[in-house]
Design a protein around this ligand. Structure first.
Ligand code: SAH
Ligand code: SF4
Length: 396
């Protein structure tokens, strides 16, 4: 479960600990620490990711207690008497999962990509893009700011499919981040060998974000030249077997996608042992073959979130930056009120952010990270959600 309020360990059985949060008990897997009953920890995605001193935990919990119950009341009020599909989805989310919202950081460390996906601005054939790679020290330093300064408890490390980062480099990155700035580390590095993913799991990574993009095999082959859907699905299954938390999903509104495809996309996501649904609208990029294809409407995306919530009541559903990009004023709030309960904040150093040009004019690209966190926390409080993956909301 996605609580980043410190929890008190109340029971330990092998590597499974029972953790108490204001009287609610959750289980988490402990791969990294020596713990005893009475210790305080942060858990993310079902893993213990950080230890916290008893004194610090008690101070944090004191601030949270009153606020937490107040937020729950607001959330409950907004979820009452649902009238349409999206409101029903919001009410299902409230009943099944309460008001906890995951706020993950995302660090985009390279925009080099060996692939040529028709929809993506990072595609290898886009020669007008200035490419960058962060070196190991830079990545470790940026992760440290995200985890220790900005208090993120889960961090996505994302890039194009860039073999310049070989096993040795990636293992060093994971080990150094785990040691210096412990958090749930989620890889989003594309299709790399299962053996490499296994080594990265051993080094300390615990999540994998790899979308299958579309459940329609013919559309997949057209959109991702030289690739076949079975290989990607096999890899997602392997990652699940290794023990990774799986975050997967699809693109909404790819040219040629039918309503039936979309329903199958939702079904397929649910069948992959998925911990977090990640799907968002396609946004055309001018330097790609799909430059003239339109985005889907925001309504279509919100309805997909709502349907997913109703079909998989207990899932975590990400409100993507691409949805926010379609409606910068209100997309995030609407996504969260249509069944969504997770979001990501970009923690890439500002000088690189604009170059990670998957699609144009991404929401949050020019924002100062602290201001962005503040505005997200404010929004979450206004709709009664506890931003339980970051600590900033309780520092003020
Ligand atoms: N290279 C890795 C991770 C980075 S791309 C991979 O492909 O898995 C992350 C996601 O960006 C992709 O899974 C794709 O669904 C999304 N994406 C790419 N181009 C997009 C576009 N034009 N509009 C919206 N999302 C896009
Ligand atoms: Fe590369 Fe990922 Fe973009 Fe495809 S979607 S071109 S794999 S960055």
């Amino acid at each position: 479960m996605c609580y980043a309020i410190p929890g008190k360990v109340v029971e330990i059985k092998d590597n499974i600990v029972t953790v108490d949060y204001f009287g609610e008990k959750r289980k988490a897997k402990n791969d990294f620490y020596k713990l005893s009953a009475g210790d305080y920890i942060y858990a993310q995605g079902g893993f213990v990711v950080q230890r916290v001193s008893r004194q610090e935990a008690k101070e944090i919990l004191k601030t949270w207690e009153e606020l937490f119950f107040k937020l729950q009341q607001t959330d409950l009020r907004l979820a009452q008497k649902p009238k349409d599909l999206r409101q029903i989805a919001n009410s299902v989310r409230q009943k099944e999962l309460g008001n906890s919202c995951c706020v993950h950081g995302i660090l985009e460390f390279s925009n080099y990509c060996r692939n040529d996906c028709l929809y993506c601005g990072l595609r290898n054939s886009n020669s007008s893009l200035t490419r960058y790679r962060m070196d190991i020290d830079e990545i470790v330093a940026a992760a440290d700011i995200a985890v220790r300064k900005l208090k993120f408890k889960a961090l996505v490390l994302q890039s194009g499919e860039d073999p310049w980062y070989d096993g040795k480099k990636l293992i060093e990155i994971i080990k150094r981040i785990r040691k210096k700035s412990p958090a749930l580390l989620i890889l989003s590095i594309g299709e790399r060998e299962a053996g490499l993913y296994e080594k990265l799991y051993k080094a300390g990574a615990r999540g994998a974000l790899l979308r299958f993009e579309t459940s329609n095999p013919a559309l997949y082959k057209k959109m991702r030249p030289g690739h076949n859907p079975k290989e990607r699905l096999d890899l997602i299954n392997r990652l699940h077997d290794i023990g990774y938390l799986i975050m997967t999903g699809f693109l909404i509104g790819l040219p040629g996608q039918t309503q039936e495809d979309l329903l199958k996309d939702i079904q397929l996501t649910g069948s992959l042992g998925t911990d977090m649904f990640s799907f968002g609208p396609f946004i055309p990029h001018p330097q790609t073959p799909l430059a003239d294809s339109p985005s889907p409407s925001i309504e279509e995306t919100l309805d997909a979130i709502a349907r997913t919530r109703i079909m998989s009541p207990e899932s975590r559903i990400l409100v993507t930056t691409s949805l926010e990009t379609l409606d910068k004023e209100d997309g995030l709030r609407q996504g969260l009120l249509s069944g969504g309960n997770s979001l990501m904040i970009n923690v890439t150093p500002k000088k690189y952010r604009r170059l990670y040009d998957i699609y144009p004019d991404r929401a949050g690209t020019d924002a100062d990270i602290k201001e962005r966190i503040d505005s997200v926390v404010k929004l979450l409080y206004s709709i009664g959600r506890a931003p339980t993956d970051i600590g900033l909301g309780i520092q003020s």
